[in-house]
Design a protein around this ligand. Sequence first.
Ligand code: HEC
Ligand code: HEC
Ligand code: HEC
Ligand code: HEC
Ligand code: HEC
Ligand code: HEC
Ligand code: HEC
Ligand code: HEC
Ligand code: HEC
Ligand code: HEC
Length: 306
Amino acid sequence: MGIRNLCRTLFILVVALVPVSSLAGEGGKEADGYVDNERQTCLMCHNTPAVKGVLETPHFMSGDPASPGERQGCQSCHGPASEHVASPMQVKPMGFGADSEIPVEAQNTVCLDCHESGDRNDWHASTHAAAGVACADCHSVHEPRQKALNRNAQAGICFDCHLDKRQALRRRSHHPIEEGLVGCADCHNPHGGSGPGQLQAVSVNDPCTICHAEKRGPFLWEHPPVADDCTNCHDPHGSVHPDLLVQRPPFLCQQCHSESFHPGTLRSGTGLPGASPDNKILGGACTNCHSQVHGSNHPSGTVLSR
Ligand code: HEC
Ligand code: HEC
Ligand code: HEC
Ligand code: HEC
Ligand code: HEC
Ligand code: HEC
Ligand code: HEC
Ligand code: HEC
Ligand code: HEC
Ligand code: HEC
């Protein structure tokens, strides 16, 4: 028998020996199935650091009438538990997480009863809700400093399910997410948003230009794909090309601009240095000349060159 099973057997033995009548509260809430004095009661059997951590979280902030601590305590989330206390092995209280027998939607309803406002307004229409993701998949509410709220650690939770994003962030050019400068939640609202891709805002560009304000415009000479959607040219997570580009110039530009426009005939020997050097040969990649690819405010910046 493994040590784990041994512990479990001992635990069950102890449980069986505790006189149950001494645990159940007197009258009051017990009538609705709630145990009085539940913190002491529950912790008699669940006295582990992992469980007790919850007492140091905002959920047990004293003086906040909205907090579970000021309502039914543990039972605000785990539901009325007097039957569980009377026969712990037979009756389970409301449980959360991957091992729980309670359907995810019912688990989430408990949390949403107190949290269905602000950033959670669009939860029911979110991709995560549709995919059966539980609040408890991301929030370890028993931990005093939960990962989800820590920008440096948050991505680790997402990687559990979005392995491809971890891979993207290992690419040579990537947003400094694992470096702790940007969080997934700077761009995404994991509870769902009104825009595409569970983004924080209605358009893709809004989150980008909060940090990269100089790209916001409006410009005197706009480059339409920039005003339209930064992801026309950038992969926001990571790319093998520099500057998070989805392709390198000139190929990037040639996805939209005719390949035969101004290379072609200009590229002849007469343009080489020694004769009359042609800047279009020497310029190489498009952005050497069209340097203001995000838009220009220069009076003669019509071709985004200054
Ligand atoms: C007499 C001991 C005892 C008391 C008191 C007790 N529990 Fe339990 N509890 C248990 C045992 C034993 C299990 C494990 C059952 C199992 O693994 O099948 C358990 C399991 C649980 C679980 C896990 C449920 C799941 O789905 O996996 C939760 C949550 C829980 N208890 C909450 C509470 C709360 C809240 C209280 C106080 C209101 C409480 N317990 C009081 C013994 C107790
Ligand atoms: C804000 C809601 C909330 C409150 C309040 C709360 N819990 Fe929990 N509890 C959870 C969630 C969610 C889980 C699932 C595991 C996780 O995410 O940490 C859980 C897990 C548990 C488990 C199972 C742990 C395991 O490792 O299987 C026990 C036992 C438990 N809670 C007991 C308690 C006790 C005792 C209290 C009061 C001191 C309490 N809980 C207060 C939400 C809550
Ligand atoms: C009885 C009401 C109530 C229930 C039920 C409840 N919460 Fe809370 N929650 C609060 C209050 C009050 C706070 C503290 C004030 C705030 O941050 O809004 C809070 C804070 C939080 C925070 C921020 C905590 C932190 O560490 O800073 C998270 C995340 C959270 N709750 C998630 C959950 C999840 C997930 C569930 C379900 C398992 C849940 N809550 C159930 C009332 C509740
Ligand atoms: C996919 C992961 C994920 C899921 C699922 C999720 N959350 Fe969150 N939640 C987060 C992250 C990440 C943050 C931090 C957001 C930020 O930094 O702007 C957060 C923040 C919060 C906060 C605000 C805490 C604060 O102090 O501002 C609350 C409350 C909350 N979540 C409740 C919920 C509830 C309720 C559910 C289920 C309906 C849920 N969350 C589902 C990842 C998730
Ligand atoms: C428990 C697994 C799980 C966790 C943890 C998780 N996700 Fe998801 N996520 C999914 C599933 C399932 C989908 C839907 C299928 C898909 O697109 O892969 C999804 C979809 C998404 C989408 C696409 C939304 C759309 O409408 O196209 C985004 C963005 C996203 N998740 C961001 C996050 C972020 C940010 C985190 C961490 C804070 C996170 N996810 C954590 C499971 C998870
Ligand atoms: C710099 C902003 C930004 C950051 C930071 C960010 N994303 Fe995204 N993410 C986007 C944009 C923009 C899209 C595309 C949305 C669309 O157009 O549908 C996207 C799409 C997604 C999608 C769905 C489509 C796909 O490509 O699979 C998932 C899943 C996703 N992101 C997960 C994450 C995770 C996990 C993190 C943190 C590790 C993260 N994102 C960080 C901006 C960001
Ligand atoms: C929370 C702030 C923040 C948000 C939001 C944000 N970025 Fe960034 N971005 C950064 C930081 C920090 C860097 C790294 C700058 C550095 O290394 O000097 C960066 C770097 C970049 C780079 C250059 C990458 C490289 O290899 O040097 C590009 C391109 C970029 N971001 C595009 C975007 C796009 C597109 C969006 C929206 C989808 C976006 N950013 C949203 C903070 C942000
Ligand atoms: C038409 C393609 C294209 C679009 C669309 C585009 N970019 Fe860029 N971006 C580039 C290219 C090419 C570079 C490489 C450096 C250069 O030539 O300016 C770059 C570089 C960057 C850089 C890093 C270097 C610098 O100039 O700071 C950031 C940050 C950036 N882009 C943000 C954005 C944001 C934010 C958006 C959306 C508002 C956006 N880009 C839309 C093509 C584009
Ligand atoms: C997603 C498509 C797309 C990509 C990629 C793209 N462009 Fe553009 N570009 C446009 C559109 C649309 C216009 C506006 C054309 C018009 O007004 O006739 C434009 C206009 C221009 C103009 C100004 C031309 C004029 O007549 O006003 C220049 C210069 C330019 N792009 C250069 C570039 C360069 C350099 C790149 C690569 C870094 C690039 N473009 C990538 C779509 C794109
Ligand atoms: C050596 C500098 C140079 C390089 C390299 C260069 N261009 Fe240009 N481009 C110009 C100049 C100057 C103009 C305006 C005068 C003209 O039409 O020749 C221009 C004009 C344009 C126009 C506007 C055409 C119109 O109808 O008004 C587009 C689009 C354009 N370039 C795209 C590109 C693309 C895509 C590349 C890379 C494949 C590229 N350029 C490489 C200098 C350059």
